[in-house]
Design a protein around this ligand. Structure first.
Ligand code: ADP
Ligand code: GLC
Length: 478
């Protein structure tokens, strides 16, 4: 039996801001339970829903040094779907309105979390063979493990994996402040270790000290070794490329299942979608105050509203996208300029554009079920889960060929009758518009072909079945 500990700043169903939560919450369920005991540790945020907090059981508490401070660490525990989750309790750090509050505060909070996740292991009696870390928030785990906890034999044989879900966020601040705050020794703050471009960099620390580095698609694993996608760490990625691998994400096929989904009004599967899926469209049109018309081409977009997601392209040609024969439904929150842009177009095109500027899991399920196409023109996309949810719900993805989008959506080829979606290569608004118009053309003028694209999309398997086996191989190898 191998013991694995996931350390993550978010995990469904407890706390989610993006795809990281889906991965940290659903991947652990997919491992072979006879061979791997996979547990997860996350912060006990105040904003975790109460009904979960009531199920958590107290395990232990102690006090831990963090730089010049001495902090309370409480550990709670809960089982969900056969997986053990641990929660790090500390009201000073985790009482905010959001999981991420920005600035130095987040760096302190996640330094605390990372050190606490290591410190609690002897007390809870779990000895991981591998600690699997996710993104910059947990970058200090391998650093603390190899440089601070190495004087305790409990920790000697533990290996670490750093999974990069998004290289853009690195967790950086000036080295002096970070040194004092984390209590890490000064010899770590050099360009071959924690320092990058004069700042201390959590993610870099994780990449340097982890035994293995993974990212969430093959294409992104290649892309980040080049300057355009490398976020100034491409040199480091090249230096570590013999220990770097891409493993594409999956999604939870029980939660995301149009045949049983309790959040959508009409159910369908790979056979019945032809007769049923449009009912979800009409129900959503009604709910959102759009013109109720089963034949209208409906495009969906569910996303964090940031520049990563290619929204500048959308802004540039939104008037052309919103032609008479199109409906556009967006669900997302993020940068004010994008939120306002969608509010503006909803005001300009009433009955055709719906801007849902908030977070709602239920609304997202309804959009994946209702729409004909799903737009994801990302500037970069480590993996992307929304296009996988779309494929699962018979909604045809229209994507830019980058990162995981390139690896999971096969472009439609009308001559060979292959492909599961539509894609374009360059970060160019007119290329995107042409691709949308091409998809619209097939939708309106060749329904049989459109349905075959859906057939192929729904036949894909992006459950965790395949990718969990690849992580298992990696765990065995380490
Ligand atoms: P990222 O992790 O970069 O945000 P992904 O495509 O990997 O992108 O994952 C995004 C996840 O977050 C998807 O499950 C998507 O449905 C969900 N999501 C994003 N914005 C919202 C929102 N406003 N309401 C509900 N779910 C959202
Ligand atoms: C990040 C990426 C996204 C990926 C997700 C889960 O948030 O932006 O592409 O799907 O992590 O790995």
């Amino acid at each position: 039996m191998k013991n694995i500990l996931f350390v993550s700043s978010e995990a469904v169903p407890f706390i989610k801001t993006g795809g990281l939560a889906d991965v940290a919450g659903s991947l652990p369920k997919a491992f072979n339970k006879n061979e791997f005991d996979v547990r997860v540790i996350i912060p006990k945020y105040r904003i975790i829903p109460d009904h979960f907090k009531q199920q958590m059981q107290y395990r232990t508490h102690f006090y831990m040094d963090l730089g010049w401070q001495n902090q309370y660490v409480g550990i709670l525990e809960m089982q969900l779907d056969g997986v053990t989750f641990y929660f790090v309790d500390n009201e000073h750090y985790f009482s905010g309105d959001q999981a991420y509050e920005g600035g130095l505060w987040d760096l302190e909070k996640f330094a605390f979390f990372s050190k606490a996740a290591l410190s609690c292991l002897p007390a809870i009696g779990f000895h991981p063979d591998i600690i699997h870390c996710h993104d910059w928030q947990t970058g200090l785990v391998p650093v603390y493990l190899k440089n601070v906890f190495n004087n305790n034999d409990f920790y000697w044989n533990i290996k670490t994996i750093m999974t990069i879900h998004n290289l853009k966020f690195q967790g950086t601040w000036d080295p002096k402040t970070i040194m004092g705050m984390t209590g890490l020794p000064d010899y770590l703050f050099t360009p071959d270790k924690l320092e990058a471009y004069k700042d201390a960099n959590y993610l870099k620390g994780g990449i340097v000290y982890a035994d293995y580095v993974t990212t969430v698609s093959d294409t992104y694993a290649q892309e980040i070794q080049m300057p355009f996608y490398g976020e100034r760490l491409d040199g480091l990625m090249r230096a570590r490329n013999n220990c770097l691998m891409g493993i594409v994400n999956g999604i939870d096929y029980d939660e995301w299942n149009p045949e049983t989904d309790p959040m959508i009004p009409y159910h369908y599967n790979a056979i019945t979608f032809r007769k049923e899926k449009y009912k979800d469209k009409c129900a959503l049109q009604e709910e959102l105050g759009l013109e109720v018309n089963a034949d209208k081409f409906m495009i969906g977009l569910v996303s964090r509203l940031t520049d990563q997601k290619g929204l500048d392209l959308v802004d540039y040609v939104m008037d052309q996208i919103c032609a008479d024969d199109v409906q556009f439904v967006v669900l997302g929150t993020g940068e004010a300029k994008y939120e306002n842009m969608f509010r503006y177009f909803a005001w300009k095109y009433p009955g055709r554009v719906s801007a849902n500027i908030f977070y709602s899991n239920e609304r997202s399920h309804k959009i994946y079920a209702a729409c004909d196409a799903f737009l994801m023109p990302s500037l970069f996309e480590p993996c992307g889960l929304s296009q996988l949810m779309s494929l699962r719900y018979g909604t045809v993805p229209i994507v830019r060929e980058t990162g995981g989008l390139k690896d999971t959506v096969e472009p439609y080829n009308e001559y060979e009758s292959t492909g599961t979606g539509f894609s374009f290569a360059n970060y160019n608004a007119h290329e995107m518009l042409n691709t949308i118009n091409y998809a619209k053309h097939v939708f309106y003028n060749n329904k049989r072909e459109w349905h075959k694209i859906i057939d192929r999309g729904m036949a894909q398997d992006f459950s965790w079945n395949n990718s969990a086996r690849r992580y298992e191989d990696l765990y065995r190898m380490l």
